[in-house]
Design a protein around this ligand. Structure first.
Ligand SMILES: N=c1c2ncn([C@@H]3O[C@H](COP(=O)(O)OP(=O)(O)OP(=O)(O)O)[C@@H](O)[C@H]3O)c2ncn1[C@@H]1O[C@H](COP(=O)(O)O)[C@@H](O)[C@H]1O
Length: 108
Protein backbone atom coordinates (compact mmCIF):
# COMPACT_ATOMS: atom_id res chain seq x y z
CA UNK A 1 0.00 0.00 0.00
CA UNK A 2 1.29 3.51 -0.77
CA UNK A 3 0.16 7.13 -0.88
CA UNK A 4 -1.93 6.47 -4.04
CA UNK A 5 -4.94 5.92 -1.80
CA UNK A 6 -4.63 9.50 -0.54
CA UNK A 7 -4.37 10.86 -4.11
CA UNK A 8 -7.39 8.81 -5.20
CA UNK A 9 -9.45 10.04 -2.23
CA UNK A 10 -8.37 13.64 -3.00
CA UNK A 11 -9.62 13.20 -6.61
CA UNK A 12 -12.98 11.96 -5.24
CA UNK A 13 -13.21 14.92 -2.85
CA UNK A 14 -12.49 17.38 -5.70
CA UNK A 15 -15.24 15.81 -7.80
CA UNK A 16 -17.70 16.16 -4.87
CA UNK A 17 -17.24 19.96 -4.89
CA UNK A 18 -19.50 20.10 -7.95
CA UNK A 19 -22.00 17.46 -6.67
CA UNK A 20 -25.46 18.15 -5.26
CA UNK A 21 -25.54 18.35 -1.43
CA UNK A 22 -28.08 15.53 -1.10
CA UNK A 23 -26.03 13.17 -3.23
CA UNK A 24 -23.09 12.57 -0.90
CA UNK A 25 -21.73 13.13 2.62
CA UNK A 26 -18.72 15.09 1.32
CA UNK A 27 -20.86 17.25 -0.98
CA UNK A 28 -23.13 18.08 1.96
CA UNK A 29 -20.10 19.06 4.10
CA UNK A 30 -18.79 21.34 1.31
CA UNK A 31 -22.23 22.94 1.00
CA UNK A 32 -22.41 23.59 4.78
CA UNK A 33 -19.09 25.44 4.55
CA UNK A 34 -15.84 25.76 6.44
CA UNK A 35 -17.26 26.01 9.98
CA UNK A 36 -19.01 22.63 9.56
CA UNK A 37 -15.79 21.06 8.26
CA UNK A 38 -13.74 22.55 11.12
CA UNK A 39 -16.32 21.24 13.63
CA UNK A 40 -15.88 17.73 12.25
CA UNK A 41 -12.05 18.02 12.41
CA UNK A 42 -12.32 19.14 16.06
CA UNK A 43 -14.77 16.32 16.93
CA UNK A 44 -12.62 13.67 15.26
CA UNK A 45 -9.49 15.02 17.03
CA UNK A 46 -11.23 14.59 20.38
CA UNK A 47 -12.28 11.05 19.39
CA UNK A 48 -8.63 10.23 18.55
CA UNK A 49 -7.60 11.37 22.06
CA UNK A 50 -10.27 9.19 23.69
CA UNK A 51 -9.34 6.17 21.54
CA UNK A 52 -5.65 6.56 22.42
CA UNK A 53 -6.49 6.66 26.10
CA UNK A 54 -8.72 3.56 25.99
CA UNK A 55 -5.79 1.48 24.66
CA UNK A 56 -7.77 -0.24 21.86
CA UNK A 57 -5.46 -0.07 18.82
CA UNK A 58 -8.16 -0.88 16.24
CA UNK A 59 -10.37 1.86 17.72
CA UNK A 60 -7.41 4.28 17.44
CA UNK A 61 -6.80 3.35 13.78
CA UNK A 62 -10.49 3.90 12.93
CA UNK A 63 -10.70 7.26 14.68
CA UNK A 64 -7.39 8.35 13.07
CA UNK A 65 -8.84 7.42 9.66
CA UNK A 66 -11.87 9.64 10.44
CA UNK A 67 -9.51 12.48 11.38
CA UNK A 68 -7.33 12.07 8.27
CA UNK A 69 -10.45 11.92 6.09
CA UNK A 70 -11.98 15.09 7.54
CA UNK A 71 -8.57 16.85 7.43
CA UNK A 72 -8.43 16.01 3.72
CA UNK A 73 -11.92 17.50 3.26
CA UNK A 74 -10.56 20.68 4.93
CA UNK A 75 -7.52 20.70 2.61
CA UNK A 76 -9.79 20.23 -0.43
CA UNK A 77 -11.99 23.10 0.76
CA UNK A 78 -8.84 25.28 0.52
CA UNK A 79 -7.84 23.88 -2.89
CA UNK A 80 -5.04 21.82 -1.34
CA UNK A 81 -4.14 18.14 -1.71
CA UNK A 82 -2.41 15.54 0.49
CA UNK A 83 0.64 15.87 -1.79
CA UNK A 84 1.08 19.43 -0.46
CA UNK A 85 1.38 18.10 3.10
CA UNK A 86 3.62 15.21 1.99
CA UNK A 87 5.93 17.72 0.28
CA UNK A 88 6.18 19.71 3.52
CA UNK A 89 7.03 16.51 5.45
CA UNK A 90 9.62 15.67 2.78
CA UNK A 91 11.13 19.15 3.16
CA UNK A 92 11.46 18.53 6.92
CA UNK A 93 13.04 15.07 6.47
CA UNK A 94 16.25 14.77 8.46
CA UNK A 95 15.81 18.12 10.23
CA UNK A 96 15.82 17.40 13.95
CA UNK A 97 12.85 18.98 15.71
CA UNK A 98 15.23 20.11 18.45
CA UNK A 99 17.62 21.83 15.98
CA UNK A 100 14.70 23.45 14.13
CA UNK A 101 13.33 24.81 17.42
CA UNK A 102 16.73 26.22 18.38
CA UNK A 103 17.07 27.93 14.97
CA UNK A 104 13.72 29.67 15.54
CA UNK A 105 14.77 31.25 18.83
CA UNK A 106 16.73 34.52 18.71
CA UNK A 107 20.27 33.83 19.95
CA UNK A 108 21.21 35.61 23.22
N1 LIG B 1 -13.35 7.93 3.96
C1 LIG B 1 -14.51 8.34 4.04
C2 LIG B 1 -15.14 8.52 5.33
N2 LIG B 1 -14.69 8.33 6.58
C3 LIG B 1 -15.70 8.69 7.40
N3 LIG B 1 -16.78 9.10 6.69
C4 LIG B 1 -18.08 9.57 7.16
O1 LIG B 1 -17.91 10.62 8.07
C5 LIG B 1 -19.14 10.78 8.77
C6 LIG B 1 -18.89 11.40 10.13
O2 LIG B 1 -18.47 10.44 11.01
P1 LIG B 1 -19.01 10.39 12.52
O3 LIG B 1 -18.27 9.28 13.17
O4 LIG B 1 -18.88 11.73 13.14
O5 LIG B 1 -20.54 9.96 12.32
P2 LIG B 1 -21.87 10.77 12.60
O6 LIG B 1 -21.91 11.13 14.04
O7 LIG B 1 -22.96 9.91 12.05
O8 LIG B 1 -21.70 12.07 11.69
P3 LIG B 1 -22.49 13.46 11.78
O9 LIG B 1 -23.95 13.13 11.50
O10 LIG B 1 -22.24 14.04 13.14
O11 LIG B 1 -21.85 14.29 10.68
C7 LIG B 1 -19.84 9.43 8.73
O12 LIG B 1 -21.02 9.57 7.96
C8 LIG B 1 -18.85 8.54 7.99
O13 LIG B 1 -19.46 7.61 7.13
C9 LIG B 1 -16.46 9.01 5.39
N4 LIG B 1 -17.17 9.33 4.26
C10 LIG B 1 -16.56 9.16 3.06
N5 LIG B 1 -15.27 8.70 2.91
C11 LIG B 1 -14.63 8.59 1.58
O14 LIG B 1 -15.14 9.66 0.78
C12 LIG B 1 -15.70 9.13 -0.42
C13 LIG B 1 -16.86 10.00 -0.87
O15 LIG B 1 -17.92 9.88 0.10
P4 LIG B 1 -19.39 10.46 -0.24
O16 LIG B 1 -19.25 11.90 -0.39
O17 LIG B 1 -20.25 10.08 0.97
O18 LIG B 1 -19.82 9.75 -1.48
C14 LIG B 1 -16.08 7.69 -0.09
O19 LIG B 1 -16.11 6.89 -1.24
C15 LIG B 1 -14.95 7.29 0.85
O20 LIG B 1 -13.80 6.92 0.07
Amino acid sequence: MNTEILSHLADTLEARREAAAGSSYVASLFKQGEDAILKKVAEESAEVLLAAKDGDRLHLVREMADLWFHSMVLLAHHGLRPEDVLMELKRREGISGLDEKLARKPQP
